[in-house]
Design a protein around this ligand. Sequence first.
Ligand code: CJB
Length: 823
Amino acid sequence: RLQPTHPIALAPVQAPEPTVDGFVTQFLRNLNNGRGVALSTSTANDRYFALAATVRDYLMARWLEDVRRQRTIQSKGVAYLSAEYLLGRQLDNNLLATGLTDIADEALVACGLDLDDVRAMEVEPGLGNGGLGRLAACFIDSLATLGVPSVGYGIRYEYGIFRQTFVDGQQVEQADSWLALGSPWEFPHPEAARTVSFGGHTETYDDGGVTRTRWVPAWNVLAVPYNYMVPGYHNGRVNTLRLWSAQATQGFDLRVFNAGDYQEAVRAQTYAENISKVLYPEDSTPQGKELRLQQQYFFVAASISDFVNLILPADFDLANLPDRVIFQLNDTHPVIGVPELMRVLVDEKGLEWDAAWQITQQCFAYTCHTLLPEALEVWPADLLGRLLPRHLEIIYRINDEFLEAVRERFGDDSERIRRMSIVSPDGAIRMAYLATVAGSKVNGVAELHSQLLREKVLPDFDEFYPGKFTNVTNGVTPRRFVKLANPGLSRLITDTIGAGWLTDLDRLRELEEYADDAEFRSAFRAVKSANKRVLARTLAERDGLTVADDHLLDVMVKRLHEYKRQTLKLLHIITEYDAIVSGRVTPDQVTPRTFVFGAKAAPGYAMAKRIIHLINAVGSVVNDDPRVEGRLKVLFPPNYNVTLAERIVPAADLSEQISLAGKEASGTGNMKFALNGALTIGTDDGANVEIRELVGDDNFFLFGMAEPEVADLQARGYHPIDFVRADENLSRALELISSGAFSGGDASVFEPVVSNLTHHDPFMALADYTDYIAAQKRVDALYADQDAWTRAAILNVARCGFFSSDRSMRDYIDRIWHTPPIL
Ligand code: CJB
């Protein structure tokens, strides 16, 4: 215990003065002392770092206090385990949280600088692939805003999601070296590194008459924590995100180096550091790669060790662990944490197996984010056994005892045992089953998804564990996706219903009555137009693209995946184009539309990459065809990311959420668009169902088969060619692609896409085509009546407050975590 005597050391940490003078002083101090440069000689990067440091300085006192207090109170908190956090830029978010945006703006002007120029220096940390990683980022924002004690645990990938470029319309991936100029938001703590072990074997030994097992690993790496502040909105709360970076236990081998074998000297170091080198760019399709399992165990083992050995007091009675923490498993990626906690409790802390299992079952909960069977992770037993031999033994024992309990309940039903076994018939470990057996709760991410999860994916488990399954519908943070992304709309809302809605998003309901107010409607439309101009500027600067004025902005941004059906969108565009060039309609008969795509394809997903190529190919033909008279435009800015989403979402008129029913677990882009006043054209899938229920059928363009119809058609036998024959527009659109119209006459280029659709069409795009086109006609009709359209858009905003991630967090707290806010 420290015994300081100086009064300053005794006082709480002081934040700088929240005034322009205070800000300027701190900023210059950071520039001079932190960067070692004068204002006059500083670079843009120096200024960005100094500004970030200044914002940090304002947050620091609260952060230190919140950490100190939680150490003292030791109240129950959330340890959110996620392999991905797709954070987006930090500067504006942190300025917003502290309420310092205007002061910072003025302070920089007073220094002869422009906040926008400094802003532009920030590189977003792309430490996630898509929805799952972005959800984790929204959740930690909401936890801080609600004042819930929580730590986000994850991996500090040296390279995040790849940077996408297009070369001749085809995706080319480049490494995302987001750390090249350093990161001003992180605090490394090498002294708090945890050792994480791999390989080797297990052995039993006699411990005073008791036979125990221990793991004798073959190699270790160090997990070095990097802490990030997670500030709540205007509540003074600052939580922590702790990302682990892999480091060799020893640096290079000096002996080997001196002998001249430089590569060999750093081999072990390189091997260790590869663990946190790069984010796997697969979305919804886990790769059975050894390095990926290493990553998963690496961050989970470090996190559990951090919590158990560093955060808990030394004399903590581990029987009480469930009163102190809930480890939330964000999909199956961290599920290896289950046998790890068992190993720690039994092998390291000496607890009896049964007691440890009791504790473990209360300390985990599992969120499933998918229904695609190929996305449920399984690990071959030999791989797992080679890398984590003790964990494999523990998994086998968990499985044996679980199956014994199943037998007790249902008798020796070998079919059921085979279905429910954590170990599959071919010896692979089903991580979703392990998570379900170990978790106190299992949740899906939207009502429909949770229902299908229970009924179709894990029905045996639902029967065996009544009450274990629950739903928490996803949400998005209104701070980033309304306030920061759409300042115009935010101002209009505050001017209309007053402040306070940003942390109480249900209050948006108060806007409903203004849907019929002509003045409000025109203000609302003006905001949308202004947002389109901002987007136009962004795309011009970023990609040299031009956005026409007065077009309906029709947007589909999300990962490229066949189940999401970007091809269906493309077929609509081609149909519109074909109608004009074939002379069936004149250009002035079509609604002027700009179609915006944003999508990355997993580098190994050949079909997805072909579809990207096709979108670009269709775009260049449509955009350059004078017969279209500019009434149809296709824009596909490369490298869609959080920063670009913040520009696209507020500008959109129409949100495309057109996955095959039963495939999109939830979607969260759908929520962001609706909250920003875009209307949705969508299937009855994921959270679309709940959006439509809330906004009303009149304010949502529903089309396509519902999930039971999909299942029906599948059962009857799906023949896409029948749908081609039944709809001339569809056959013409496909024919146009096949003819080489979008590939300079070379019919072979997109042949695989067309033949896949006409012969297989695993996600039934062709079956939903006719209804989709009909729904697009309803879009055109409503858009022609701007008052009616705007009314519907306003009602979307007013009725979507439910989709705040603050509500999601409250649901998790009530249904799963039982971790009250500590304010
Ligand atoms: N999701 O982003 C991913 N990656 C996966 O591996 C599995 C699912 C998405 O998670 C989001 C957050 O829950 C969902 O909204 C989305 O539907 C799902 O595809």
